[in-house]
Design a protein around this ligand. Structure first.
Ligand code: SDX
Length: 443
């Protein structure tokens, strides 16, 4: 009679265990019951990089990596990219349902009226060198907000959490734009509440002496779609960091800064910047085969923007971004980098090294090409990932706080270090290097 259990035989002592299966998982704590004696600690699951570990139950984002499916609260990303807006998707992520028109209008008004940041925050940004990486400035400033909004620590007050959510969705673009303006020595441009969320961000980034900045509608919509595509991605590295820091019950600003720090890495959200630098380093289409050869030779070169821990098929976001890239370049002018990226994709997807490892373009492969075409400097790209990921991080943080099963994150380890040993007085110590050097050389 089939049952939702696993029968485990411990061949060390011939004992059998029945372990329940729930949601396609076994509880790691059930493995601890498998002991060889009463002194035995019991078994653990060993899973570096959490390749096969579910750390939480979630109802926010669903990914099917084999089929290339991504849904936010059940809605396919393709439909949201075509029909929704970033703020509507942010609302959907946090509240779990699409808003009515009045709910959306209220949310838009709240967000677009909270885009200012405390005047003293500017002093943090002004303190950075002109050549400071925007992501370093950005995440430091986000962390500093915890010193302004002290009530953020009231994390068990639902209304307070909502205020911080609205506040951070509103203020991330302002912080990002102020960091950029600082790096180019331009005066800060204050938010314009009469513009849409993406248009206001472009205005704070690029407004010059004109009375009002009006972006090209194609670029305004393209940025909104890119933001939608980046909102959440279940338990990726930075979201896991957000949940991990949040599990200690610190305020959301500190957790957001930590999540942004994790995103900064070139294997994660920093990949969009790394893709552009890779393409610029290659220089031309005819030098792509040489680069691909280096990647396959394993000399340390990676095809940035390719591969994914979950997607073993084409990242559905990359497919949409590729379409958006074509629309943007119609307005901004053809980019040789797009031609290189398309050629690189063509070559890679015909090469067994990539096909056999199921390495396909991911969200970062084409996004940077759009950002560059829109005038964003390459080192702003990770910041452009952090802005739209903010509602995703905060929605996951909210879900964790409300999850009665969640505890402070504290994994175990497999200890392979020294056994107990006594302290050695200085006189008795020798430098292992000198011992090796003095040892008689084998002839
Ligand atoms: C994001 O998790 C998320 O959801 C993240 C994200 C999100 O929205 O939050 O989707 C955003 O971070 C997208 C990924 C951006 N990163 C990159 O584009 C960097 C390049 N890609 C990789 O370094 C890599 O593919 C990862 C980090 C994305 C995934 O790494 P895994 O799952 O640990 O895979 P791996 O490093 O173990 O690689 C498996 C094999 C290895 O070859 P073998 O040792 O088996 O011979 O594939 C090879 C790797 O060498 N490989 C690559 C490669 N990625 C993997 N070889 C060349 N180029 C690559 N890009």
């Amino acid at each position: 009679m089939p049952s939702e259990t696993l029968t485990i035989v411990d061949n060390r002592i011939g004992k059998t265990y029945e372990v329940p299966i729930e949601n396609g998982t076994v509880r790691a704590m059930d493995l601890r019951k498998i002991r060889t004696s009463s002194e035995d600690f019991g078994l653990m699951a060993y899973d570096p990089g959490f390749m096969n570990t579910a750390a939480c139950k979630s109802r926010i984002t669903f990914i099917d990596g084999e089929k290339g499916i991504l849904r936010y609260r059940g809605y396919p990303i393709e439909q949201l990219a075509e029909k929704s807006s970033f703020l509507e998707v942010a609302y959907l992520l946090y509240f779990g349902e699409l808003p009515t028109q009045s709910q959306l209008d209220e949310f838009n008004n709240i967000v677009l009226s909270h885009t200012l940041i405390h005047e003293q925050t500017k002093k943090f940004i002004d303190g950075f060198r002109h050549d400071a990486h925007p992501m370093g400035m950005f995440l430091s400033t986000v962390a500093a907000l915890s010193t302004f909004y002290k009530e953020g620590k009231n994390i068990f007050d639902a209304q307070n959490r909502l205020v911080q959510f609205e506040r951070m969705v509103a203020k991330m673009p302002t912080i990002a734009a102020f960091c950029f303006r600082h790096s180019i020595g331009m005066p800060f441009v204050y938010p314009d509440g009469d513009l849409s969320y993406p248009a206001n961000f472009l205005s704070m980034m690029y407004k010059g002496t004109q009375l009002r900045y009006k972006p090209h509608p194609v670029l305004e919509r393209a940025l909104d779609v890119l933001f939608i595509l980046h909102v959440d991605h279940e338990q990726n590295c930075s979201t896991t960091t957000m949940r991990g820091i949040g599990s200690s019950h610190c305020d959301p600003f500190t957790a957001l800064a930590g999540a942004a720090a994790a995103l900064y890495g070139p294997l994660h959200g920093g990949a969009n910047e790394a893709v552009l630098r890779m393409l610029m380093e290659i220089g031309s289409k005819d030098r792509i085969p040489e680069f691909i050869k280096r990647v396959k030779a394993g000399d340390g070169a990676r095809l940035m923007g390719f591969g994914h821990r979950v997607y073993k098929n084409y990242d559905p976001r990359a497919r949409i971004i590729k379409q958006v890239a074509a629309e943007v370049l119609e307005v901004t002018g053809r980019s040789p980098l797009l031609d290189m990226a398309l050629e690189m994709e063509r070559i890679a997807l015909e090469d067994d090294y990539f096909v056999s490892r199921k390495l396909y373009p991911n969200v970062d492969f084409y996004s940077g090409i759009i950002y560059q075409a829109m005038g964003f400097p390459v080192d702003m790209f990770p910041v452009l990932f952090a802005i739209p990921r903010t509602p995703g991080w905060l929605s996951q943080w909210e879900e964790q706080i409300l999850d009665p099963e969640q505890r402070i994150v504290r994994p175990r380890q497999v200890y392979l270090g020294s056994e107990v040993r006594d302290y050695v007085p200085m006189a008795g110590r020798v430098d292992p290097a000198t011992v090796d050097a003095a040892a008689p050389q084998a002839v």
